[in-house]
Design a binder for this molecule. Sequence first.
Ligand SMILES: NC(=O)c1ccc[n+]([C@@H]2O[C@H](COP(=O)([O-])OP(=O)(O)OC[C@H]3O[C@@H](n4cnc5c(N)ncnc54)[C@H](O)[C@@H]3O)[C@@H](O)[C@H]2O)c1
Length: 251
Amino acid sequence: MTTDGPVALVTGGAGGIGRAIASRMAADGRTVVVADLDADAVRETAAAVPGPAHGVILDVADADSRRAVIATCDDLGGIDTLVNCAGVLRDARLAKLDPAAFRRLQDVNLLGPLALTRLAAVGMTRRGRGAVVNLASRAWLGTFGSTAYSTAKGGLVGATRSLALELGPHGITVNALAPGFVDTAMTDGLPPEIRRRTLGAIPVGRAGRPEDVADAVVFLTGATYVTGQVLPVCGGRSVADPYAARPRPRS
Ligand SMILES: NC(=O)c1ccc[n+]([C@@H]2O[C@H](COP(=O)([O-])OP(=O)(O)OC[C@H]3O[C@@H](n4cnc5c(N)ncnc54)[C@H](O)[C@@H]3O)[C@@H](O)[C@H]2O)c1
């Protein structure tokens, strides 16, 4: 089953952002492994991406499941690019933060991706090349009412920077993306008022699209001298004072 081309493993590859990344990786000539918990969406996505693709059902929080997806990639020739995109957003303010839900969120958004990276790094190190892109979030800087998610994404940023130091000598880059607000199933359920206020704070004047994030993944996987970085993909929200262009209230 070995392929000639490089292999990209995209976890959460059947979700909004993951699917766009998988499509771009395939269009760029990689064999794509679309790995996701949602079996129907995996089948549908693997059939739809424009290039060779394999669908694998993955629970990134489960050790056996992680080993199985790595074995599939090894059969295809080994992972060249790992995109840790699987993630969930279920959160609450401190007083309502359920410890079990907190732990599950860390397992899916932080510990699972790190364990998968550890497995993927074995083959990458042997081959002397590889790229890891972690989907963090602007939330790593802190988001009101989102302690569990911010904890996980902040942890992913710290791990990205440390692993870049450790894996750089082996020809492996490790970077993170910090998207702002991207229109996907994850953001569908936001209350209209929060959505309106969030969109109002984006300087380019629109929500992010999954393809915006995929563009950044393409850049990072091709930029072999860029490592340990956190790239905001947020329409300028990370630098702008959202009120700068508006009249300020007089006191
Ligand atoms: N949408 C945004 O505004 C936004 C902003 C910043 C960061 N992100 C991050 O981008 C990534 C993709 O998010 P999205 O917006 O495409 O959301 P999404 O809900 O559309 O996709 C997430 C995918 O992850 C999969 N998944 C969930 N748990 C999993 C598990 N245990 N194992 C494997 N797969 C699992 C889901 O089935 C789904 O297909 C996430 O890590 C998210 O935290 C999203």
